[in-house]
Write a protein that binds this ligand. Structure first.
Ligand code: NPW
Ligand code: ADP
Ligand code: K
Length: 463
């Protein structure tokens, strides 16, 4: 069972049902969920007074179990409900709580607050008065915990359906849900803690996990480690950033093919002067190239279009970013080569694939399937999707990444890892992980160039 699985509400219900069919008693599962959550709250908050808000469904039932377990441990607990418990398990959990039940709308604040109002069964935003009351209670508490999900966030897409306060901790029950990683919901979850329920889970969607990298083989040489070619264009800085990221990501050789030869920069990068598309074709006629990056700083003019065409025809494994994506989106005569890695941000994604419905996970998966390419759908949350349906979600990158040039670094990293692994999905996942890790290693207000210096430490941490 993967600790990284991300399940939709329907998949979670199916997993729960499969456990029931296999003989697990429904109320026993709620007890397990409530006790595991109570352990987490106990470790964090000890004996400080606790107010638990219980909704009408099973999320509320979990809340009643937490209340009982915490009181058994000597914590001063109060319970406040929103409506009557409607499910059998929730009614049993409520019956097992023999203390008073206050009205949530009038309950006094507490040092610790637990939101067990709604979880995966939320079907609409909270009424304004209820949402306001939840915000007031959470904001006045020293510590706050959301059981499974903050009430008001939509589990599958991460939308915020009514005003939701920022929680200190969200305790994910059984598995991650998309809203734990997708924005804007993820931001409101605070620290994420998984409470395993020990039931079998199946999902192609995973939380992006730390990669296991290896040193070069003992008999490695620069070409066995992979030759990355980076096609430059009008904006030199972007392809320079990408080239250096590729060079610092484990590739053996990086060749930059552009009309300019820069004076400074990293001397390890080989610069070849390529004045036009025909000359590029000659340079790309080299079977040692195992990853070809096109897009950062490419430009959008006829020459850029011609260079892109040559790159697409070269047959080399491709990483396409930035201007290459824009050109692909507006020129019907160009098509996305299957097996490539594409790294669109929101605007580039929409230009390429249109406005797709559903969650960012669904959109990335649909685009990967339709194009046959690995899609790295960037933004405050990044979703990596493979044509075969596998998806990895990185929801916790530093928002300091929202600065010019960081996407060029990511594209270079993807090309470098593609050269090392020859596996587009794995390369894309490793690149997104290393990029995010490098960002956390940089000081606030870093610039894209600083990421390059942090890459060796990010790689060293994964060896
Ligand atoms: N799956 C698992 O393995 C396990 C799941 N467990 C737990 O179960 C939780 C899911 O429970 P759940 O399905 O009962 O849904 P839940 O979130 O409690 O709410 C549904 C109720 O709220 C109502 N309602 C909805 N929105 C509303 C609104 N805005 N304002 C007012 N009412 C609203 C809705 O009514 P309706 O939409 O029909 O009007 C319905 O009555 C899950 O998050 C986890 O905590 C664990 O116990 C064990 C393992
Ligand atoms: N708010 C944010 N939080 C986390 N990561 C972000 C945020 N904004 C952007 N990023 C990341 O920073 C990079 C920006 O890439 P991109 O938009 O292509 O910028 P550029 O073209 O200037 O390099 C992407 O990897 C994206 O996922
Ligand atoms: K909740």
């Amino acid at each position: 069972m993967s600790v990284d699985a991300i399940l939709t509400a329907a998949q979670m219900r199916a997993a729960e049902q499969a456990a029931f069919d296999a003989g697990v008693e429904p109320y026993a599962l709620m007890e397990r969920a409530g006790r595991t959550a109570a352990d987490i709250i106990w470790r964090a908050g000890h004996r400080r007074d606790l107010l638990i808000l219980c909704g009408p469904g099973n999320n509320g039932g979990d809340g009643f179990v937490i209340a009982r377990v915490m009181r058994e441990r000597g914590v001063p607990v109060r319970v406040a409900a929103l409506g009557e418990s409607r499910t059998d398990s929730a009614q049993r959990a409520k019956a097992a709580w023999d203390g008073p039940v206050e009205d949530m709308m009038t309950a006094a604040p507490a040092t610790q607050i637990v939101d067990a109002l709604f979880g995966t069964g939320l079907s609409r935003g909270l009424d304004d008065a209820v949402a306001d009351r939840l915000c007031a209670l959470v904001n006045s508490a020293a510590a706050s915990y959301a059981v499974d999900l903050p009430s008001g966030v939509e589990s599958d897409g991460g939308a915020v359906l009514s005003t939701v306060p920022s929680f200190g901790v969200t305790i994910a029950l059984g598995a991650w849900k998309p809203a734990h990683l997708l924005q804007p919901a993820s931001e409101l979850c605070g620290r994420l803690i998984l409470a395993p329920l020990d039931i079998p889970l199946t999902s192609d969607v995973q939380r992006l996990s730390a990669p296991h990298l290896t040193m070069p083989a003992v008999d490695a040489h620069k070409y066995s480690r992979g030759l990355v070619a980076v096609v430059g264009g009008g904006m030199a800085g972007a392809s320079l950033l990408a080239s250096e990221a590729a060079a610092r990501s484990g590739a053996g050789v990086v060749r930059r093919l552009a009309a300019d030869i820069p004076g400074g920069g990293t001397h390890a990068i080989i610069h070849r002067k390529v004045m036009h598309a025909d000359a590029l074709a000659g340079e790309l006629d080299d079977q040692r190239i195992v990853a070809l990056l096109v897009g950062p700083g490419l430009g959008l003019d006829a020459d850029a279009r011609a260079r892109l065409g040559v790159a697409l025809d070269s047959g080399h494994p491709l990483v396409l970013d930035a201007d290459a994506l824009t050109l692909l989106g507006k020129d019907d005569t160009l098509s996305i080569p299957s097996g490539a890695i594409l790294t669109p941000h929101e605007g580039e994604f929409e230009r390429l694939f249109g406005k797709l419905p559903d969650s960012k996970i669904d959109r990335a998966r649909a685009a990967a399937k339709a194009s046959g390419a690995v899609i790295v759908y960037k933004g405050a949350d990044s979703v990596v999707a493979a044509p075969d349906g596998r998806v990895a979600v990185e929801g916790r990158a530093s928002s300091w990444l929202s600065t010019a040039g960081t996407g060029d670094v990511l594209a270079g990293l993807a090309a470098g890892r593609l050269a090392v692994t020859c596996d587009p999905f794995r390369a894309a996942c490793e690149a997104v992980w290393l990029h995010a890790d490098a960002a956390w290693r940089c000081r606030p207000a870093f610039v894209a160039d600083d990421l390059l210096g942090a890459l060796p430490a990010a790689i060293a941490a994964r060896l």
